[in-house]
Design a protein around this ligand. Structure first.
Ligand SMILES: *Cc1c(COP(=O)(O)O)cnc(C)c1O
Length: 404
C-alpha cells in the first residue's frame, strides 16, 4: 500500500489523517460484484462502516444498494444517488422522525426489530396514506464465533425478534393494513471468518422461511445480513476477503425458491483494507519495564482497539514498516530506501494523546527503534474507523487523504 512516493508525500501532510487507497477499494468492490453476480445475489453496502463521501460515491457507482441504520444514513444514501428501491433501513430504535423520513423517501424496505415497531410503522404509514414494505429481523440464536462485543444474533442480544415471538408477529401483521410483508432478515454479528457459522445461519433461515410459509406468508426476500470478516493480521498479503467462498456457502445451503431474492449487507468486508490511519510519533518514553510510543492519533481518531479490543497492524513507515516486514526487506536489502532504519527492534506500547488509560492502540508491538517525527501507519482502518471519530478533548476532526 505504501511505496516510496506515498511515504514521501505523507511527509508534507499534517497528521493524523486517514489515507484511502482508492485502487484497493475498487479491487475489493470488483471482487465482491463478480462473486455475487454469479449467483444473482443482491448486495447492499452497510453504510455505517464508512460514510466518507468519496468512499460511498465509489460504492454507489457499482450499483450496490445501501443498508442504513439511521434516518441520516437513509438521507445520505438518497443524496449520494443510491437507488431508493435498493435502500433498506434496520435498527433496533428507529425514532418516529426517522421512520417518517424513510417513508417520505419511499425506501425499499424497513427491517423491523420488534412487534411494537410494526405497530408504529403501520400507524405512521397510515397517516401518510402509504404502505410500508417490511422484513422481519429475526434473531436466529446462531453464535457468530466472533468477539462477544460484536455478536448480535444470540437470544441475549437486543437485536431482532426472537423466534418464540413469531406467533405474535404474524398476528400483528394480519392486523396492519399499511404494511406489506416482504420477507425475513438476519444479521448475526461482525468480523465473522468461520464459514461454518454461515452454514448454520442458512439452516436456520430455511427453517424460518418454512415456518412463515406454513403460516400463510409468502417470502420474497431472504436477507442474510453482513458480517464477513477481513484479515487484520495480513493487510498486504491477504487484502481481499474471500467473497467466492462466502457466497458459495449461501448458494449451497440456502434453500432459495423460485422468485425469491437473496440479499446481503456487507460493510467491513468492502472497505476495511482500503484505509490506514497515518500518525506521527510525538514522543518516545523509555520506561524501565515499558517503552511508549506516543502518537498524535488516539481513540478520537480510531476507537476500535479501545472499544472492542480490536487488533490492527502497526508499521513505522519512516523505518521500513513493522519488524517482520523490515526483516523481510533487509533480506532483499531494499528497506533502506524507506528510511534510515537504524537501531534494533524494540517492543513498544503504542498509545495516543487522549486523557484515558484505555487510549492505547496495542501493547508490546515489535517495531524498529522509533523516533520523534516518524510516520506510523495503523492498517486496516477503513471500517468503523473514521465514522467513529469523536471530538473528545476538543480534538480537531480527522482529515482524509486519497491516493487519487
Ligand atoms: C452493521 C450491520 C451490517 C454490516 O456489518 P459488517 O460486519 O460491517 O459487514 C449489516 N447489517 C446490519 C443490520 C448491520 O447493523
Amino acid at each position: 500500500m505504501f511505496n516510496n512516493n506515498t511515504v514521501q508525500r505523507f511527509k508534507d501532510i499534517e497528521t493524523p489523517f486517514y489515507y484511502y487507497d482508492m485502487d484497493m477499494l475498487r479491487q475489493t468492490l470488483d471482487a465482491c460484484r463478480d462473486a455475487s453476480a454469479k449467483h444473482n445475489f443482491h448486495v447492499h453496502y452497510a453504510m455505517k462502516a464508512n460514510f466518507n463521501s468519496k468512499v460511498i460515491d465509489t460504492i454507489q457507482s457499482y450499483g450496490f444498494g445501501a443498508d442504513c441504520v439511521s434516518g441520516n444514513e437513509v438521507k445520505a444514501a438518497v443524496e449520494h444517488g443510491f437507488d431508493k428501491s435498493k435502500v433498506v433501513f434496520a435498527g433496533v430504535g428507529k425514532s418516529d422522525k426517522e421512520i417518517n423520513l424513510a417513508l417520505d423517501a419511499d425506501i425499499f424496505c424497513f427491517n423491523v426489530e420488534s412487534i411494537q415497531e410494526l405497530e408504529i410503522i403501520n400507524e405512521l404509514a397510515k397517516a401518510k396514506g402509504k404502505t410500508a414494505e417490511i422484513a422481519i429481523r429475526i434473531n436466529p440464536n446462531v453464535d457468530a464465533h466472533t468477539h462477544h462485543y460484536i455478536t448480535t444474533g444470540l437470544d441475549e442480544n437486543k437485536f431482532g425478534i426472537n423466534t418464540w415471538q413469531l406467533h405474535d408477529v404474524v398476528d400483528m401483521l394480519r392486523k396492519c393494513a399499511n404494511l406489506q410483508f416482504l420477507g425475513i432478515h438476519f444479521h448475526i454479528g461482525s468480523q465473522i471468518t468461520d464459514m461454518e457459522v454461515y452454514r448454520s445461519l442458512c439452516i436456520r433461515i430455511n427453517e424460518m422461511q418454512d415456518w412463515f410459509e406454513n403460516h400463510g406468508f409468502a417470502i420474497k426476500i431472504l436477507n442474510t445480513g453482513g458480517g464477513l470478516g477481513v484479515d487484520y493480521h495480513n493487510p498486504d498479503t491477504n487484502n481481499i476477503p474471500d467473497f467466492e467462498s462466502y457466497f458459495q456457502v449461501f448458494k449451497k445451503f440456502l434453500n432459495v425458491k423460485p422468485g425469491q431474492e437473496v440479499h446481503f449487507e456487507l460493510g467491513r468486508a468492502l472497505v476495511a483494507q482500503s484505509a490506514s490511519l497515518i500518525s506521527r510519533v510525538l514522543y518516545v518514553k523509555n520506561g524501565q519495564k515499558k517503552n511508549f510510543l506516543i502518537l498524535d492519533a488516539g481513540m478520537t481518531e480510531l476507537m476500535r482497539p479501545m472499544l472492542y479490543q480490536a487488533y490492527h497492524e502497526i508499521e513505522n513507515l519512516s523505518r521500513g514498516g513493522n519488524q517482520e516486514s523490515r526483516d523481510k526487506k533487509q533480506e532483499d536489502s531494499a528497506f533502506l530506501s524507506f528510511g534510515e532504519g537504524r537501531g534494533e527492534a524494540l517492543k513498544y506500547d503504542v498509545v495516543g494523546p487522549i486523557c484515558e488509560s484505555t487510549d492505547c492502540f496495542r501493547k508490546d508491538v515489535d517495531l524498529p527503534q522509533s523516533y520523534r517525527g516518524d510516520l506510523i501507519a495503523i492498517r486496516t482502518a477503513g471500517a468503523y474507523g473514521e465514522v467513529m471519530a469523536s471530538g473528545y478533548n476538543l480534538r480537531d476532526h480527522v482529515q482524509s487523504v486519497y491516493s487519487e
